[in-house]
Design a binder for this molecule. Structure first.
Ligand code: BDR
Ligand code: CA
Length: 313
């Protein structure tokens, strides 16, 4: 199984991604979860990550709290999408977790894990702002070359922005961190809005998950119901996008996805386009490719995989 660390700001879609990983032990060995400030403050993302593990009856998962604010900017959160708790939706709400947060800082967990596991054997899976990953790379530059791959949700090209006209939320919240990660030299796979906006939670897809009838199936359906109202009400789309689970689905079934190896730079200066992923999709520069930028997905294949895996929990 592939060893991964999930770095996350749950978030209903983060929650589904964590569950998909926990449902797939043959392919994925989850070494730990590091929480980061993003959709909601760190105090809540650390709680939410543990609520999700307990929903899957996995109180043994190691959950760490990482950074509570971007590297050099104030934190911007997204309660307008995810609700006050970050995990609004389930009724009654998911219970307060009993399992502990680990004592170690999330950044130190990332560093220590990369130093102790064999070089090239650990994949990082960021699903929130890139603060924890960039902070670890700054603090311990020796770990950078030991990372197998980074598979992250963030950025946009044709679909442009969801938090400003030019930028996607995860990249925009901490553009300096994003810049560090994209310049790191680690092989990166990017799940931008261009692909996550194709993974739409239509009513039949949500019902298929609810009909699993399990605690997990019903909890996920209720989380998605809440999360997707934002897009369906605001944009009149057929369903809300399920962003972060694309990261885990890629590890399980990369053939569902296609993209291009291209250069991606992060805008860190301009007020107007801060956090933009300037993706050289048409290869009009000679800048070195630093990312596999995913552009397309077999959406029904994705939902079949997700539903089949959630049924195992
Ligand atoms: C990303 O931002 C968050 O709101 C979601 O959890 C996802 O990681 C989408 O832009
Ligand atoms: Ca997220």
């Amino acid at each position: 199984a592939r060893k991964i660390i999930i770095d996350t700001d749950p978030g209903q879609d983060d929650a589904v991604a964590i569950l998909l990983a926990l449902a797939s032990p043959e392919e994925i060995e989850l070494l730990g979860i590091t929480a980061v400030a993003g959709n909601v403050p760190l105090s809540l993302t650390g709680v939410n990550a543990r609520k999700v593990c307990e929903l899957a009856d996995r109180p043994d998962v190691l959950v760490y709290a990482g950074c509570d604010a971007p590297i050099k900017r104030p934190l911007h959160t997204a309660e307008h999408v995810h609700g006050k708790t970050g995990l609004d939706g389930p009724e009654p709400p998911l219970p307060e977790p009993v399992m502990p947060l680990q004592d170690k800082h999330g950044v130190d967990f990332i560093i220590d894990t990369l130093r102790t596991e064999p070089a090239g054997s650990v994949t990082l899976c960021p699903m929130g702002p890139l603060t924890n990953i960039a902070t670890a790379f700054k603090k311990a530059p020796d770990i950078v070359e030991r990372v197998q791959e980074i598979v992250l949700m963030g950025g946009a090209y044709f679909e442009v922005g969801n938090i400003t006209p030019a930028a996607e939320f995860n990249i925009w919240v901490d553009p300096e961190a994003s810049d560090i990660v994209f310049k790191s030299g680690v092989p990166i796979v990017v799940m931008p809005l261009d692909v996550t906006h194709k993974v739409l939670c239509t009513p039949p897809r949500i019902e298929a998950i609810r009909e699993l009838g399990s605690k997990v199936g019903i909890g996920v359906a209720e989380m998605i119901d809440f999360f997707e109202r934002f897009d369906t009400e605001k944009y009149g789309s057929d369903g809300g996008p399920l962003h972060d689970p694309c990261v885990i689905a890629y590890l399980l079934k990369p053939d569902l996805f296609s993209g291009r190896h291209i250069n991606v730079e992060i805008e860190t200066q301009s007020e107007l386009t801060l956090g933009m992923t300037v993706a050289d999709w048409w290869r009009v520069t000679d800048r070195t490719a630093n990312a596999l930028f995913i552009g397309d997905v077999d959406a029904q294949g994705f939902f079949d995989l997700l539903t089949e895996r959630l049924a195992r929990l």
